[in-house]
Design a protein around this ligand. Structure first.
Ligand code: G3H
Length: 537
């Protein structure tokens, strides 16, 4: 192992004991039809982004393995989910909202008990820093709490009858059926749960497949899933997506696809469904959010937010600032300050205090990033700072000037490389946003209210969030999170998610004496969970 890698990746005995993976996690379990089954077939090795020295060379540490299930197990999970849903007649979809909430609360309670195990695996599987891994866990628990609150609000509004033009109606939101949830590697817990929990609590049955990197961290939660929900309501599948997900989609029995990943994979999955019009999709896809630094921007603030926006979690956020456009009059001031601030970010192991840049989990990621940089260099750009690679680690690279024709100008790098371009006329970054395949967010840095206002109005019609003097981000989770073009389909937020996994359905009756008497009797006897005025307190 070379000297830099050796100083970066500590030998096992130097890792604080509480952060060590004492024995590899050999997962053979998967959850199907209310039981944790044991897989006897082949396993997939899990390699950590954290390297170790083997015979003097730098190798990714093996931290465990998970089942490589086949189509057979995937279809068993599907059968279990379909049986649990039972065309909307199952115990779970017909359960009262209050009862379903109790099940989810029970799950959240059990989940919190496993915080340390999940956090440790987040560090080892995807290289997330300890504070960020803790934040991901806690944010997810808060999301569950807020989802319960939002559902109570929704249910209270639906607990009344409306009478319109002589027709009595009660309108509620009902589940859609079987939901396939697939989250991304960068937020394997949070972004999986921001679809899984709302889908579940609204009465759907769920099959979930963790991302390829970020599987083992779900293992500590399997028992809680098994014990908290009726059999078949939650099922897990692992393995090669083509083998396990293809057959699920081709079956035509998946009602909702909740997928966070690439538009290429999303398109493939959608096309596999034999009746695409039946398939609801909730998709979070790519983005190449631009930061536009105007000539009157507060430079300290712009640098701070741009560093945070482009480099937190190594730039591996869909919301990351993936290109910066800086006005040519201030580039000479901005560039050295930005390069200095990026250079100060501490690199190291996820558990080390103050570390912000960590090893990258995606296979061959540093090679891909080096290729992007080399392409830009060949076309006239320079690496102003960083870009040194040691195994799976790359120090933040600042590349300038990035221009049209360079891969870094258009490709979503999803890593610690910051392309910086300049502009003279605001039409340049504006046209960039218009011409981009993506339409998630943008950040504007400036101080003139007239200029900002003139930019906000067209930009809100290009992207779905314009951030002023602030980095791009998803949160707070009560805000709508979506995108245009290749960036998303459907909107997620605590309350929107309850809507996307349901459909409005109602019971209506002409306002006759017979019907009034009938409805009154049902409500008084509390013999229906739908026709009901019960109010959740
Ligand atoms: O990867 C995309 C995430 O939704 C971004 O979330 O802005 O809170 O980091 P974040």
């Amino acid at each position: 192992m070379d000297k830099t890698a050796a100083s970066l990746f500590p030998p096992s005995e130097m890792i604080p004991e509480k952060h060590r993976i004492a024995t590899a996690v050999e997962q053979r379990e998967y959850l199907c039809d209310g039981a944790i089954r044991t897989w006897a077939g082949p396993l997939q090795d899990v390699l950590s982004p954290i390297c170790e020295s083997v015979n003097g060379s730098c190798r990714q540490k093996r931290i465990g393995s998970y089942p490589l299930l086949t189509a057979e197990q995937a279809l068993e999970a599907l059968d279990a989910a379909c049986k649990a849903y039972d065309h909307g007649r199952g115990r779970w979809p017909t359960m009262s909202v209050e009862e379903r909430i109790r099940h989810v609360e029970g799950f959240a309670y059990r989940m919190k008990e496993r915080r340390d195990d999940v956090v440790k695996l987040l560090m080892w599987e995807i290289g997330k820093t300890l504070p960020d891994a803790e934040k991901e866990f806690d944010r997810t628990v808060d999301y569950i709490r807020d989802t319960i609150g939002a559902l109570k609000d929704l249910d209270r509004v639906s607990s009344r009858f409306v009478i319109e033009q002589g027709v009595i109606g009660q309108i509620r939101r009902a589940p859609l059926g079987v939901v396939l949830c697939m989250g991304p590697f960068n937020y394997p817990l949070n972004e999986t749960f921001t679809t899984l929990i709302p889908a579940l609590i609204m009465g759907n049955a769920v099959i979930f497949k963790p991302p390829r990197m970020g599987v083992l961290l779900h293992r500590p939660l399997l028992e809680a899933f098994r014990d908290s929900f009726p059999a078949g309501v939650v099922n897990t599948v692992y393995g090669d997506g083509r083998k396990v997900i293809g057959p699920l989609m081709e079956s035509g029995r998946i009602d909702v696809l909740a997928f966070i990943g690439s538009s290429r994979v999303a398109d493939t999955l959608k096309k596999q469904h034999p009746k695409p019009h039946r398939l609801r999709c909730v998709l979070g896809l790519e983005a190449k959010n631009a930061g536009i630094v105007l000539k009157d921007a507060d430079l300290d603030l712009a640098v701070k937010e741009c560093v945070l926006g482009s480099l937190s979690y190594n730039g591996q956020r869909c919301t990351a600032l993936k290109i910066l456009f800086v006005h040519e009059e201030i580039i000479d001031k901005f560039l050295p300050r930005f390069a200095e601030a990026a250079g100060k970010l501490k690199g190291g192991m996820p558990w080390e205090t103050g570390v912000q840049i960590t090893p990258l989990p995606e296979p061959d990621k540093t090679k891909y990033l080096k290729d992007l940089i080399a392409d830009a260099q060949a076309k006239g750009a320079k690496v102003v700072a960083g870009g040194q690679v040691s195994g799976t680690f790359m120090s933040p690279a600042v590349v300038y000037p990035v221009r049209p024709g360079m891969r870094l100008y258009v490709e979503e790098q999803f890593g610690p490389v910051v392309p910086i371009a300049t502009f003279k006329d605001i039409e340049q970054p504006m046209n960039y946003v218009i011409d981009s395949n993506y339409g998630q967010q943008v950040s504007l840095f400036g101080s003139d209210p007239t200029v900002i206002a003139e930019l906000v109005d067209p930009l809100v019609n290009q992207v779905c969030r314009v951030n002023i003097n602030s980095q791009c981000q998803r949160g707070p989770d009560t805000f709508p999170f979506t995108g245009r073009k290749d960036s998303a389909e459907g909107t997620l937020s605590v309350s929107d998610a309850l809507r996307v996994f349901t459909i409005r359905t109602l019971v209506a009756a002409k306002e006759t004496d017979l019907n009034k008497q009938l409805i009154k009797s049902i409500v008084t006897a509390r013999s229906s969970r739908f026709l009901s005025t019960d109010f959740i307190l």
